[in-house]
Write a protein that binds this ligand. Sequence first.
Ligand code: MD3
Ligand code: FE
Length: 206
Amino acid sequence: MQMGDAFPQGFQYLPGYFSEKDQRELVGLLREFVAEAPLFTPVMPRTGKEFSVRMTNLGDLGWVSDLKGYRYQAQHPVSGRNWPAIPEVLINLWQKVGHCAAPPEACLVNYYAATAKMGMHQDRDEKTFDAPVVSVSLGDAAIFKLGGVKRGGPTKSLRLQSGDVVVLGGDARLCYHGIDRIQGGSSSLLKDGGRLNLTLRRVSPI
Ligand code: MD3
Ligand code: FE
């Protein structure tokens, strides 16, 4: 069942925020970053079950998941090298839409092949929830689901398209959310198809 009411306070949906030219430039930058910090396949803590989404990060800290748990760390789990810096275009985005005094420390880069999905979860590995999460979608469209702060409640679905930005602050910051499915072939931005999602985050208290 879909929620009949509005999106939670602090949820901002900015469809088509980035032009096609901006999107192509962002993808160009991301290709260089991924050459430096390759996508890796995280596994679930304890079970070791692989995520269907592949990941990498930019910034002082990156989110990783392995047998030992979920955490933020300064190094790529495979290469042991520091993550590439967050590019200016994304720092500027955070400043314009994030309404946060402190800069982002992490940019998680999720890559979804057409069959990948992400189950409903909360983002709560950060040491502060006062800062928003700012998300950018690139490539194939995705069906995004947003629930409430308790697991298993009603959800709303939203089709996120290439160039869309979503800001999750305030009451929305701890809402359950996930990616139900990718609409393979819906965008030609990425030459091998699929979807990239960038999430800018603050980890330390402001
Ligand atoms: C709502 N990513 O990386 S982005 C994640 O499309 C994640 O890859 C999804 O969930 C993706 O953790 C969704 C939109 C998003 C990001 C963070 C949120 C929605 C959120 C945090 C709180 C509530
Ligand atoms: Fe999330």
